[in-house]
Structure formats: structure tokens, C-alpha cells
Write a protein that binds this ligand. Structure first.
Ligand SMILES: N[C@@H](CCC(=O)N[C@@H](CS)C(=O)NCC(=O)O)C(=O)O
Length: 208
């Protein structure tokens, strides 16, 4: 029985696809028509009452939302795949630290950049969007300064946090700016994109 990943091309569901691909587990994808707000419909609300992607259906029918919960659950269920360092290790603590930074400090800014009208009245939209873009770039620079490995986040090597960094850094960061200000992040994203099992995932989510 396969995992079923609900999401959309270019969205955060690609992180879950990348985790499944790296683990070598069987999975299928169900793409929602996000441009036409299919994720806002009641049918998707039955899976995720918060109407955000991704959602993961486990082979036994259990539904998970929140990408971090999904990634940590996949790690627990497939420890042989070592998508995160071993429990109790210093490397795992750092991997989780920066995974949570991605999920709680970076990812929410995307909603403010993409939907500023959710956070302010019409006259404030441009200011809120502009400030969100500044915060987005500033937080990426914090992450850049804490990439301690090469080419990956940790000296211990590749882990699921690299998948977050690689995916999120392809959103709303002009290539030139990323290369100039986030050279380690750019190198990390390239290295992740070159991983053989991930090539099809990136081709699907970020076609050239
Ligand atoms: N905390 C959630 C955030 C998910 C999220 O913001 N997903 C975006 C797509 S990348 C979404 O569904 N946006 C639709 C919307 O905000 O209407 C997670 O980590 O899974």
C-alpha cells in the first residue's frame, strides 16, 4: 500500500514527495487545482480543516497534515532510510532546530507575501507585502550563516532539513539575489536537486 500525497505542483507538498522519494517508499500524488482554489473546497477540508497543502494519507487511511508532522512521522516509520540523524544525536538536534526554523519562521512568511490581503485592509496591502519580503530575505540570511556543512546544512551530511531549505529557497528569491547573499543555500539547493532520486520530483515541481 502506498502513501498518498495531496498537494500541488510547486507547493510544499513537493517536500513530502522528496522525503518519500529519498526513503524509497511507495507513494502516489494527488494534485489539486490550487490556482482555482480547489484546496478551499469542502472535499479537501475533510482532509485538512485548515485547507492547506500538503496532506498525507497513510496506507492505513490515517490522515496527517502539517509538513513537519508528516516528515517526522515518515522518519519514525522508516528509520532505515535515515532521512534524519539518529534520535539522541547532536546532529538530529541541529537538524530539527533548522527544520523548525524553516517551518515556523520562513514558511509562514510565504502566506503574507502571497496573500497580504489576509493580514490587512486594502490600503495596507503593499506595505505588508513589502515588509514580508524584507523579513523573508533577512531570515534567509540567518539560515545562510548557520549552514555548517558543505554542500548540506550539517557536516554530518544530507538530511530532510536540506529538502525544506532547497524547496523553500526556490520561492520568492530572485536567482541573482540568492547567489549573491545566500551562496551556501544556493549550493545546498543545487546539491539536493542533483540527488538521483530527487530529479523527477524537482522536474515535476520546478520545470525549467
Ligand atoms: N504549516 C503548514 C503550511 C502549509 C502551507 O502554507 N501550504 C501552502 C502551499 S505551499 C498552502 O496550502 N497555501 C494555500 C493557502 O494559504 O490558501 C505546513 O507546514 O504544512
Amino acid at each position: 500500500m502506498a502513501y498518498l500525497i495531496h498537494g500541488a505542483r510547486g507547493s510544499g507538498s513537493g517536500i513530502v514527495e522528496a522525503v518519500c522519494a529519498e526513503l524509497g517508499v511507495e507513494y502516489r500524488t494527488h494534485d489539486l487545482d490550487a490556482r482555482n482554489d480547489e484546496h478551499r473546497k469542502a472535499s479537501y477540508g475533510a482532509l485538512n480543516p485548515h485547507h492547506k497543502m500538503p496532506a498525507l494519507e497513510l496506507p492505513d487511511g490515517e490522515v496527517l497534515t502539517e509538513s513537519a508532522a508528516i516528515v517526522l512521522t515518515l522518519d519514525e516509520r522508516h528509520r532505515d532510510g535515515a532521512i534524519l540523524p539518529p534520535p539522541g544525536s547532536k546532529a538530529r538536534a541541529q537538524a530539527l532546530r533548522w527544520l523548525l526554523f524553516c517551518v515556523t519562521e520562513l514558511y509562514p512568511i510565504v502566506e503574507i507575501m502571497d496573500y497580504p490581503q489576509r493580514f490587512t485592509e486594502a490600503e495596507g496591502v503593499d506595505a505588508v507585502r513589502g515588509r514580508a519580503h524584507e523579513i523573508w530575505r533577512a531570515r534567509w540570511q540567518v539560515l545562510e550563516q548557520n549552514v555548517t556543512g558543505s554542500p548540506y546544512l550539517l557536516a554530518e551530511g544530507f538530511c530532510a532539513t536540506d529538502l525544506y531549505i532547497s524547496h523553500l529557497s526556490r520561492w520568492d528569491l530572485p536567482t541573482d539575489w540568492r547567489l549573491e547573499h545566500l551562496p551556501k543555500v544556493a549550493m545546498l539547493a543545487d546539491a539536493v536537486g542533483d540527488r538521483p532520486r530527487l530529479a523527477p520530483v524537482y522536474a515535476r515541481h520546478f520545470p525549467a
